[in-house]
Structure formats: structure tokens, C-alpha cells
Design a protein around this ligand. Structure first.
Ligand code: DHB
Ligand code: FE
Length: 286
């Protein structure tokens, strides 16, 4: 695979994330939500806004600036990015209260379904000159009762050594650092890839402007994204982080959990390896 030098922009990744989200969102059917529930949720959200206005004595210029900013987020296609950075973790934590097995984390805006299927022991799709420390990530997928799950799918995607995701950055080949690994008869998998870099929220768009105006930083710690699926089991969406990595304790998306941090060790051949097992609960108990 080849590369051309062309930097991704907030506008580019925002618009791509919006297109991708619209295609996936068609499957989210909430049409039967009763009006009482809609009213209760909308009232709570508006109450939060009204309370903030009172608490902080918000002025007319600030109110109009907020409207202009909201419009810019929409026009830049940045709503998926904004919602996944600042809101999704709360939804994930809420859903997790009724979920057993491996801890989950946010999906984020960069999942792409239908990636190449790979055997249980595989080289992850990457450019010939892909930069980054080599990493072997291996483990087993099991039921929460310990039964190994053969034929389970470990759907993995991660950023490159510059923090960019294929499909959302024009200079990256399609399918780069993405794939669905199928576990062997014992539920095992072993993926050889490269360690991703921390991810920076695009700073040139309205979300980045808000982060800067608030004096925050725009970084997420380096992470692997995974969705682990097995027939008859509740799928889990999660992320794996790296011990000692930058931003681990101040993730802008607040999506880290101590149970999801790995500490790859160099083996005798100087290859960084880490083992992580996934446990899925039966679907019927969900
Ligand atoms: C965003 C990007 C990510 O890589 C991620 O894991 C979560 C959120 C974002 O830009 O919204
Ligand atoms: Fe990510």
C-alpha cells in the first residue's frame, strides 16, 4: 500500500463521521418511545441549560455566540465527534450497569462495519511502511462461565502512529488497521499490529475551538477499539489502553477504565506482547 502526504482536517473527518453515522443510525428505531418519556428527558436537558444560564449569569452576547457555535458544529458535520467525546461515556456507563463480563467503553465515531475477515492468528492489514512499535495482541474469548467461544469475532480498529483512522483521513488506504479476527476452536486469537498513537480531537473545527476556549486539552490516550461478538452472546464494545501512556489520566472523552489497561512486555525476541481475555454474557440474560 502507498501513502501520499495530505493532512486530514476537522472538516474532512467531521463530514466523513457524519456520513458514516447517518448510514448506521437508520437502524436505531425509537419511534415507539412514549411521549411522557420524551417530555421527561427533554425537560431535564432544558432544565440543565436553564440552570447553567442562571448559575453563570449568561449574557445575550454569550447566548448568541452559543447559537452560532451550535450552527457551526452542524455545518462542519462535527456532531458525531462532539457527542462521542463529551456525552457517549455517560450512556456507556449507564448501559454497563446491566452488563456482566468484560468492561465496555465508548464506540466513538470511527467504527466501520464489514471489514476484512482474518484467521485467528493474523497480521493486521497495514502499509508496508506502517510506523509504530510492533505489538502482538492475543487472548481468548469466553462465556462468563469460562466456556471458550470458537468462531467469535474480534472486530478491531485503531489509529496509526500519527493518530489517524483509515476511512476518515484521505491519505490512508481503505481498511488500514481494521479487521475482524475469527477465534479458533479454543476461542483464541493472536493479532500482530503496531501500537497506535494518542488521538487528538481535530483542533481546526468548532469542537476544537470550544476545547481551546475552555482551556482544556484535546487528547485521548492511545487505544485499540474492539467489538467482540459471539453467537448467542451479548456483544461488547470496548477499548484497550496502554499502561504509562500519555493522557491516560485525563482522557478528554472520559472513556478509560482501569480494567482496560494493558502493559505489553518485550519477549525474548524483543517483540512487545500482551494478553487480554474477553468474557461475554449470554444474550438471553441481557
Ligand atoms: C472520538 C475519537 C476517537 O478515536 C474516539 O475513540 C472517541 C471519540 C471523537 O473524535 O469524537
Ligand atoms: Fe478512537
Amino acid at each position: 500500500m502507498s501513502t501520499t502526504q495530505q493532512s486530514p482536517t476537522a472538516a474532512g473527518s467531521g463530514a466523513n463521521a457524519s456520513e458514516n453515522f447517518k448510514a448506521a443510525a437508520a437502524t436505531n428505531d425509537v419511534a415507539d418511545t412514549p411521549p411522557e418519556r420524551v417530555a421527561a428527558i427533554v425537560t431535564s436537558v432544558l432544565q440543565g441549560v436553564h440552570d447553567a444560564i442562571k448559575t453563570h449569569d449568561v449574557s445575550y452576547p454569550e447566548f448568541q455566540a452559543a447559537k452560532a457555535w451550535l450552527m457551526a458544529v452542524g455545518e462542519g458535520g462535527e456532531w458525531p465527534l462532539f457527542m462521542d467525546v463529551f456525552v457517549e461515556h455517560a450512556v456507556e456507563e449507564q448501559v454497563a450497569t446491566s452488563q456482566r463480563g468484560t468492561k465496555g467503553s465508548i464506540l466513538g465515531p470511527y467504527y466501520l462495519p464489514g471489514q476484512v475477515r482474518l484467521p485467528s492468528v493474523c497480521e493486521f492489514p497495514r502499509r508496508d511502511d506502517e510506523r509504530g512499535l510492533p505489538l502482538v495482541f492475543e487472548g481468548q474469548v469466553r462465556d462468563i462461565d469460562g466456556t471458550p467461544l470458537a468462531g467469535a469475532e474480534v472486530d478491531l480498529w485503531h489509529a496509526d502512529a500519527d493518530g489517524y483512522y483509515s476511512g476518515f483521513a484521505p491519505h490512508l488506504p481503505e481498511g488500514n488497521l481494521r479487521g475482524v479476527i475469527v477465534t479458533d476452536d479454543e476461542g483464541r486469537f493472536q493479532i500482530t499490529t503496531v501500537q497506535p498513537a494518542p488521538y487528538q480531537i481535530p483542533t481546526d473545527g468548532p469542537t476544537g475551538q470550544m476545547i481551546e476556549a475552555a482551556g482544556w486539552h484535546p487528547w485521548r490516550p492511545a487505544h485499540l477499539h474492539l467489538q467482540v461478538r459471539a453467537e448467542g452472546h451479548r456483544p461488547i464494545t470496548t477499548q484497550i489502553y496502554f499502561a504509562g501512556g500519555e493522557w491516560l489520566d485525563s482522557d478528554v472523552a472520559e472513556a478509560t477504565k482501569p480494567e482496560l489497561v494493558i502493559d505489553p512486555r518485550e519477549d525474548a525476541d524483543g517483540v512487545r506482547r500482551s494478553t487480554y481475555d474477553f468474557e461475554l454474557e449470554p444474550q438471553s440474560e441481557a
